[in-house]
Design a protein around this ligand. Structure first.
Ligand code: C2E
Ligand code: MG
Ligand code: MG
Ligand code: MG
Length: 282
C-alpha cells in the first residue's frame, strides 16, 4: 500500500521531467535565437563523374551555453510544433547568404545553396514574402538557391506548398525532395510539385553495397528519377564501396563524410580553395 503512492510519484515526476525538458528546451531555443547561439555549417556535394563541388547544404547548429552542442534532430521538431521554425529558417537563410557573400563564394565557387525548410514555411499569405525578403540579400539571381523539403512536409499542406514553390520556381529557385523513400508520397503527388532533385535517404545508402533489397530500391529510385528528368543526390555516403555502387548505377551527386563533413564558413573557403587545384579522389 505504501509502495503505491511512491511509485506513482516516480512515474509522475518522470513524465513531468520529460514535459519540463521540452518546455525548457523551447524557452532556451527562443533565447538562442535572440542571443546568437545559432550558427550555420555547410556540407559540400559532389558531382559523381566530374569530381567537382556542385553545391552546399546549409545545416543549422546550436551551441547551448550550459549543455553544449544540441543536434537539430533534438530541436527542429520542437521548433516546428511551436511556431518557432520560421524564425529559424529566416535566420539560417540570411546568415548563410551573408557569410557566403562576404567570403566572395556565391556564384563562383558555390553555384548551389540548399536550405532545409519545413511545412510551416509554406503556410500563410506571408510565406512568399518571407522567402523573398530572405533571398533579397543575394547579389545575383535566385537560381543559386534550392529548398530541401521532406515528403511529409510537402504532403502536410500540398496546396500551399505547391503555390509557394511554383512562384519561387518562376524566379529560378530549385526544389529538392529530402530523405526520399522514407515518406509516403506517391508518383502522382510528386508530379504535382516542381521538383528538380531527389535526395536518397541515408538509411538506404548505408547497406547499399551489401543488402540486395536496398540496392534494388536505389536502382529503382534512380530509374524513376531518370524518367522524370530529376537529379539524384545520395546523402550519408561514408564508404568508397557505397560511392562506387552509386556512381556505377548513375547517381548524379554524392554527399557524405567520405568527401566532406559539414563545416563552418572559414573552413569551407579553405576547402574550396584547396579543391580547385587538386581533384577529388574516389
Ligand atoms: P538532413 O537534411 O537529411 O541532413 C542530413 C544530416 O546527415 C545532417 O545532420 C548531416 O550532418 C548528416 N550527415 C551528412 N553526411 C553524413 C554521413 O556521411 N553520415 C552520417 N551518419 N550523417 C551524415 P544534421 O546536421 O544533424 O541535421 C539533421 C536534420 O535536421 C537534417 O536532416 C534536417 O532534417 C534537419 N535540419 C538541419 N538543419 C536544418 C535547418 O536549418 N532547418 C530545418 N528545417 N531543418 C534542419
Ligand atoms: Mg537536407
Ligand atoms: Mg536528408
Ligand atoms: Mg534527414
Amino acid at each position: 500500500k505504501s509502495a503505491g503512492p511512491n511509485q506513482q510519484r516516480t512515474y509522475k515526476s518522470t513524465y513531468g521531467e520529460f514535459a519540463n525538458q521540452r518546455s525548457r528546451l523551447l524557452l532556451d531555443l527562443k533565447a538562442a535565437l535572440a542571443n546568437d547561439q545559432l550558427s550555420v555549417v555547410y556540407q559540400p556535394q559532389f558531382d559523381a563523374s566530374k569530381h567537382t563541388v556542385t553545391g552546399v547544404e546549409v545545416l543549422v547548429r546550436w551551441q547551448h551555453p550550459q549543455q553544449g552542442f544540441i543536434s537539430p534532430d533534438q530541436f527542429i521538431q520542437i521548433a516546428e510544433q511551436n511556431g518557432l521554425i520560421t524564425e529559424i529558417t529566416d535566420f539560417v537563410m540570411r546568415q548563410a547568404i551573408g557569410e557566403l557573400n562576404d567570403h566572395g563564394l556565391l556564384y563562383h565557387d558555390v553555384t548551389r545553396v540548399s536550405f532545409n525548410v519545413s511545412a510551416a514555411d509554406f503556410i500563410g499569405e506571408r510565406s512568399r514574402e518571407r522567402f523573398a525578403r530572405n533571398l533579397s540579400q543575394l547579389p545575383g539571381d535566385w537560381s543559386i538557391v534550392q529548398l530541401e523539403l521532406t515528403e511529409t512536409a510537402a504532403l502536410l499542406n500540398l496546396d500551399s506548398v505547391r503555390r509557394v514553390l511554383q512562384s519561387l520556381r518562376e524566379r529560378g529557385v530549385q526544389v529538392s525532395l529530402d530523405d526520399f523513400g522514407t515518406g509516403y508520397s506517391s508518383l502522382s503527388t510528386l508530379r504535382q510539385l516542381p521538383i528538380q532533385e531527389l535526395k536518397i535517404d541515408q538509411s538506404f545508402v548505408r547497406d547499399i553495397a551489401t543488402n540486395m533489397n536496398d540496392a534494388k530500391l536505389v536502382r529503382t529510385i534512380l530509374a524513376m528519377a531518370k524518367a522524370l528528368h530529376m537529379r539524384v543526390v545520395a546523402e550519408g555516403v561514408e564508404t568508397s564501396a557505397q560511392a562506387s555502387f552509386l556512381i556505377h548505377e548513375g547517381c548524379h551527386e554524392l554527399q557524405g563524410y567520405l568527401y566532406a563533413k559539414p563545416m563552418g564558413i572559414m573552413q569551407l573557403a579553405t576547402f574550396l580553395r584547396n579543391l580547385r587545384s587538386s581533384k577529388l579522389q574516389t
